[in-house]
Design a protein around this ligand. Structure first.
Ligand code: MOS
Length: 752
C-alpha cells in the first residue's frame, strides 16, 4: 500500500478553501453571527508581582450599557485553573488575588457594546499590593532549577575528558530573545449557552483539548461542550494551549443569559496567552583535526513563570544531529514574574539549533574547513543518542543540492574578503531538522452513489492547507476528483484529532483518512465479489480497487462507482480510528478525553524519525551603516512524502521567512524594572516584511521513507524556520569577521 498511495500524492493542488477565504465566506471564530450578543473587555494587571486589593467598580458601573463586571469576589472559585503546557497551572485568575505577571486578567467587564465595555474597563480602579518583580534571566530574585531529573537528557561517554583531550575546540555562549507569535487573528473567545449546552467559538489548534479542558474547569459534562474553529488566522503554537480567558467568558455568558464575545487587544495578546521564552545556551565542541567530533556538550537556561516548569529542552534534538561518542546535555528553567511561555514555531529546535549550528560554523573556521564538509564528516545514519537507525536522513543531499543551486563554490572562505561596492558580502549555511511526530485520530467518511465523498474530522486549518491535504488523500484513495470531496474540520462535534502542533498534522490526518477510505473500499469490494451479477463475482476482494470513479478488478474488469456503491445499500458511512504504530490503544481513549499522546520522532523504539534540511544565505552588510540585507536564500528539505507540493512550498517558504525574521528583527523587549513587555504592538514588534525578503528558493529533495510511517509523511510545518537564524549569523560573520552570538542581529551590534 505505501508505495501505491505515495504515487498518488505529489501533484500541485490549489487549496480547496481558497475561494471561501478570498470571498469572506471563511469565518474566524469572532465572525460567527450571534443573536443579541454582549461584549467583553478585559481588565489586566498593571503590575507583575503582588496582590490585587480592593477593586473600585462605581465609576465603571456608571458607564451606560454596562451589564456585568466579573471579579474574583463574585465569580472566584467558579472555575479551576486551566492546564498549562507542562500540565501545571498557567495563571489562576479566578482562584486567587495573586498577581503572577504583568497583564494578568483580573476582571472582565461586559456591556451592550464593545465601546462601553472598553470605557468601563478603563474606569475600574484597582488597588495593588506591589512587590518587586524579576523580569528576565539575570534579574535578582529569579529561581533557577534543573528542568528534569538527571538522566532524562541525552548523556553518553565522558565529555569532560574528551573535550580536554581534543586538539580543536569551540566553547561559546549563545542567547535568543523572548518572542511573541503575533498572529493576525487575535485571541478571541465567544461563548453561547443553550440550556446546559455551551458552544465556544475560539481559534484553537486543539478542538477536543479545549472542549475537555473547559468542561473540567467549569465542572461540566464534556458532552455539553462544543468548540468551533473552522479557520484560524495564524496559530504558531499560541492557539494550542488552554488559557484562562475562556472560562471567564463562559461564566459571563451564563450569568447574563446572552452570548458574550471577547476580542482582546493586541497588547493583551502578549500576556493572556503564551510566547517563546528567552534562552541562554552554552555549547562546547571538541574535534579531531579531520573535523570528527569527539565531545559535544550543550546546556540551556530557559525562562518560565513562577508556577509553571514549562521548558522546550532542545538538546533532545541537537544531541542527535551529528555523530559523536561523548555527549553531555542539561536544561535549567529560570522562574521569573512573567506569564507562562509555550509552544512557538519549532519551540525547541529554533533556539537550540541556533546555538549548535553557530558553534559548528565556529568549529569549521577553527579547523580551516568548509562548513559543508564539516557536516559531511560528522553525518550519520544512526541516532547518536539511542543508537537506532534514522528512518531516513537526507541531510547531505539537502546540503549538496542547495549548495549547488546557491553556488556556494563561489565563496572565498576568508571573512571580510567578499565585497560589492560599499557592501560587505557574506555567505553562510546551517542545518535544519525537525522530529517526525504522529498521533491518534478518528474520522467519519461517507460515500454516496453519485460519487461524492464527505469526510469529517476535528482537524485544524491554520493557513497551512490542511483541508486540501485531507481532500487530496480521500480523492486519491477513493479514485475521485478533488471536487468530489467535501472536508469538514474545526468542530468538536466531529471525530477527534490531536493538537495541531509539533508538525504532526499532515501525518496524523492523512493516515486516518486513508484508513477510512480503505474501509469503504473493503465494503464495496466485499459486496461486489458476492454479487453473482457483477464482473467481480468470486474474486478476492483485496484485488479490487477504486480508481477514476470506478471499481476495477483483475482482467480489466470494471464497473461505475455508482453501481458498486449502490450494491452496499446506497450510502456508505464508516467511522475510522487510527493509532500509529508504537502507541498503546489507550492513546485513542485519551484523545477522546482531550489528552495528547504523540509517537515522537526521538522517543520511538524502532527508528529515530526526523526530517532534515539545509539553508544557504547571502547577506550584505553596508560597510559604513552596517545595515544588514539578505538578498537571497536557498533552502533544501527532505521530509518524506510531499502530499501537496503547492502548499508545501508555501509552508517551507513561510518558515524560512520567519527564520530570517527571528535572526534580524524579532524580539520582545522587556522592561527590567517593571517586568513588562514594551513593544507589544505590530508597530514596534518588528517582523520581516516583503522588502526584507527579495528571493527565497526552496528545493524539495525527494525522499522515500517506508519506515517512518505507512505513507512516508514526515510533516513540514516547522522545519523551514529551524537553523535559518544560524545561517544568517554565520553569513554575517563571513561578511564582517564579527561573530554575533545573541539574537536578533541588528546594525547597532555590528558598529565598532
Ligand atoms: Mo506548533 S509551535 O507545534 O503549534
Amino acid at each position: 500500500m505505501p508505495g501505491e498511495v505515495n504515487g498518488l500524492f505529489g501533484r500541485p493542488t490549489p487549496r480547496i478553501d481558497g475561494v471561501a477565504k478570498v470571498t469572506g465566506a471563511a469565518r474566524y471564530g469572532s465572525d460567527e453571527p450571534l443573536v443579541n450578543p454582549a461584549f467583553a473587555y478585559l481588565v489586566t494587571s498593571a503590575i507583575a508581582r503582588g496582590r490585587v486589593g480592593a477593586l473600585g467598580l462605581d465609576r465603571a458601573k456608571a458607564v451606560p450599557g454596562v451589564l456585568d463586571i466579573l471579579t474574583g469576589a463574585n465569580v472566584g472559585r467558579q472555575a479551576k485553573a486551566p492546564p498549562g503546557g507542562d500540565g501545571g497551572p498557567t495563571t489562576t485568575t479566578l482562584e486567587t488575588d495573586r498577581i503572577w505577571h504583568d497583564g494578568q486578567i483580573i476582571a472582565v467587564v461586559v456591556a451592550d457594546t464593545y465601546e462601553a465595555a472598553r470605557e468601563a474597563a478603563n474606569k475600574v480602579d484597582v488597588q495593588y499590593m506591589d512587590e518587586p518583580a524579576s523580569a528576565t534571566l539575570d534579574s535578582p530574585g529569579v529561581d533557577i532549577r534543573s528542568a528534569k531529573p538527571d538522566g532524562r537528557k541525552p548523556q553518553k561517554g565522558d565529555t569532560v575528558a574528551a573535550f580536554a583531550a581534543a586538539p580543536v575546540t569551540v566553547e561559546a555562549q549563545y542567547q535568543t530573545p523572548a518572542q511573541h507569535h503575533n498572529p493576525i487573528e487575535l485571541f478571541t473567545t465567544t461563548c453561547v449557552w443553550d440550556g446546559p449546552n455551551l458552544t465556544i467559538y475560539e481559534p484553537s489548534q486543539f478542538m477536543w483539548g479545549l472542549k475537555a479542558a473547559v468542561a473540567e474547569q467549569l465542572g461540566l459534562d464534556p458532552a455539553n461542550v462544543r468548540t468551533i474553529s473552522r479557520y484560524i488566522g495564524g496559530g504558531f503554537g499560541a492557539k494550542g494551549g488552554i488559557t484562562s480567558r475562556t472560562a471567564w467568558i463562559a461564566i459571563a455568558a451564563r450569568r447574563l443569559g446572552r452570548p458574550v464575545k471577547l476580542v482582546p487587544t493586541r497588547d493583551q495578546g502578549f500576556t493572556i496567552v503564551s510566547y517563546r521564552a528567552e534562552t541562554r545556551q552554552r555549547v562546547k565542541l571538541g574535534a579531531a583535526r579531520d573535523g570528527k567530533l569527539t565531545a559535544f556538550s550543550h546546556e540551556g537556561w530557559e525562562l518560565t513563570s513562577r508556577p509553571s516548569g514549562y521548558n522546550v529542552a532542545g538538546v533532545d534534538t541537537t544531541a542527535r544531529m551529528y555523530a559523536c561518542p561523548n555527549i553531555a546535555t542539561a536544561v535549567n528553567v529560570v522562574h521569573a514574574d512573567r506569564n507562562t511561555p509555550g509552544f512557538m514555531r519549532a519551540p525547541a529546535e529554533m533556539p537550540y539549533m541556533f546555538a549548535l549550528e553557530s558553534a559548528m560554523d565556529e568549529l569549521a573556521y577553527a579547523l580551516n574547513m568548509d562548513p559543508v564538509e564539516l557536516r559531511r564528516v560528522n553525518d550519520t545514519q544512526t541516532d547518536p543518542v539511542s543508537g537506532l537507525p534514522f528512518s531516513s536522513r537526507s541531510l547531505m543531499q539537502c546540503f549538496d543540492q542547495a549548495a549547488t543551486k546557491f553556488d556556494w563554490s563561489a565563496r572565498n572562505a576568508q571573512p571580510g574578503s567578499m565585497r560589492d561596492g560599499e557592501w560587505l558580502v557574506g555567505y553562510g549555511c546551517a542545518a535544519s531538522c525537525y522530529p517526525t511526530n504522529i498521533a491518534p485520530a478518528a474520522a467519519r467518511l461517507s460515500l454516496t452513489p453519485d460519487g461524492k465523498a464527505t469526510i469529517g474530522l476535528a482537524g485544524h486549518e491554520m493557513g497551512t492547507g490542511a483541508y486540501t491535504t485531507v481532500a487530496i488523500t480521500v480523492a486519491h484513495s477513493l479514485g475521485l476528483k478533488i471536487e468530489d470531496v467535501t472536508v469538514h474540520m474545526g468542530d468538536s462535534d466531529l471525530p477527534p484529532v490531536t493538537v495541531a502542533g509539533g508538525s504532526n498534522n499532515a501525518a496524523t490526518t492523512t493516515h486516518v483518512a486513508v484508513k477510512a477510505c480503505e474501509e469503504v473500499r473493503r465494503r464495496i469490494a466485499e459486496a461486489a465479489v458476492k454479487d453473482e451479477g457483477s464482473p467481480f463475482h468470486g474474486a478476492d476482494p483485496a484485488t479490487l480497487k477504486l480508481s477514476e470513479r470506478a471499481l476495477t478488478g483483475p482482467g480489466n474488469s470494471s464497473e461505475p462507482l455508482a453501481k458498486a456503491v449502490g450494491r452496499t445499500g446506497g450510502r456508505l458511512e464508516v467511522y475510522a480510528e487510527n493509532v500509529p504504530a508504537g502507541l498503546p490503544a489507550a492513546a485513542m481513549a485519551g484523545l477522546y478525553k482531550g489528552k495528547v499522546m504523540f509517537s515522537r520522532g526521538e522517543a520511538r523504539k524502532d527508528v529515530s524519525a526526523y526530517a532534515f534540511g539545509a539553508h544557504f544565505v547571502e547577506v550584505r552588510v553596508h560597510s559604513r551603516t552596517r545595515e544588514v540585507r539578505v538578498p537571497r536564500v536557498v533552502s533544501a528539505f527532505a521530509a518524506g512524502t510531499i502530499i501537496n507540493p503547492l502548499t508545501a512550498y508555501s509552508q517551507y517558504m513561510g518558515g524560512v521567512i520567519w527564520g530570517l525574521s527571528s535572526a534580524l528583527h524579532e524580539a520582545t523587549e522587556i522592561d527590567a524594572g517593571s517586568a513588562r513587555y514594551v513593544n507589544d504592538n505590530l508597530a514596534d514588534y518588528m517582523i520581516a516584511v516583503n522588502a526584507d525578503v527579495p528571493s527565497v528558493d526552496i528545493i524539495m529533495v525527494p525522499e522515500h521513507d517506508d519506515r517512518v510511517n505507512p505513507l512516508g509523511v514526515k510533516g513540514i510545518g516547522e522545519i523551514g524556520i529551524v537553523g535559518m537564524n544560524a545561517a544568517i549569523a554565520n553569513a554575517v560573520f563571513h561578511a564582517t569577521g564579527k561573530r554575533l552570538r545573541e539574537l536578533p542581529i541588528r546594525l547597532e551590534n555590528l558598529l565598532a
